[in-house]
Design a binder for this molecule. Structure first.
Ligand code: TMP
Length: 212
């Protein structure tokens, strides 16, 4: 086909504990890139609009019970059902800002005690992010922010384990940002890092697959 691989969009992922400020930063980043004239979309996982996503949503709301392995594979399936759309968007020049991705999948499931390599396996072959912005906040600090809601994982002890799991997943695509700084300061760092990344993708950085 005639999709030009030398000016693709960037795959940018935001990760972090619940309440770290990802959602705020992704919507600010979306507006910023739009103002600069980029074609950009904001996505999130789990994508609760699909059938699989509805099963996940009911599980998170404690309305259904699923075995730990089963819910893990559903989260992964929820990314797989978006993979081809993701690839075509990127290749046609759209930058994607994604709130949570495979790192959440592995960090949350392995925090329950599942084997980390087992958790990573179903993610193999998904598109690798060009940049992972990790909004770093301590579990205690996150818990103080407006309080957790009713969802299954929003508990301090569990978030501490998730934070540990995230640490072992860091790789070269990660940029760790201190999420306890004022919103504008976090935003400034996000912008700088993202602009470099978008530029590299425009210049022909190839798309790759997990895990790097
Ligand atoms: P959300 O609050 O960002 O919509 O995410 C819902 C919860 O699901 C959040 O606590 C993180 C968790 N999660 C997983 O356990 N595995 C995954 O693969 C993803 C994307 C999220």
């Amino acid at each position: 086909n005639n999709l030009s691989s030398d000016s693709r969009g960037a795959l940018i992922v935001l990760e972090g504990l619940d309440r770290c400020g990802k959602t705020t930063q992704s919507s600010r980043l979306l507006s910023y890139l739009e103002e600069l004239g980029h074609t950009v979309e904001s996505w999130r996982f789990p994508d609760r609009t699909t059938n699989v996503g509805q099963m996940i949503s009911s599980y998170l709301a404690n309305k259904s019970h699923l075995d730990d392995h089963t819910i893990h594979l559903l989260f992964s399936a929820n990314r797989w059902e978006k993979r081809s759309l993701m690839e075509s968007k990127l290749k046609s020049g759209t930058t994607l800002i994604i709130d949570r991705y495979s790192y959440s999948g592995v960090a949350f499931s392995s925090a329950k005690g599942l084997n980390m390599e087992w958790c990573k396996a179903p993610e193999i072959g998904l598109l690798a992010p060009d940049l992972v912005l990790y909004l770093d906040i301590s579990p205690e600090n996150a818990a103080e922010r407006g309080g957790y809601g009713e969802e299954r994982y929003e508990k301090l002890e569990f978030q501490k384990k998730v934070a540990q799991s995230y640490k072992t997943l860091r790789d070269a695509s990660w940029k760790i940002i201190d999420a306890t700084l004022p919103i504008e300061d976090v935003e400034k760092q996000v912008r700088e890092t993202v602009l470099n990344c978008v530029e590299a993708c425009v210049k022909g950085k190839p798309l790759s697959e997990l895990w790097l």
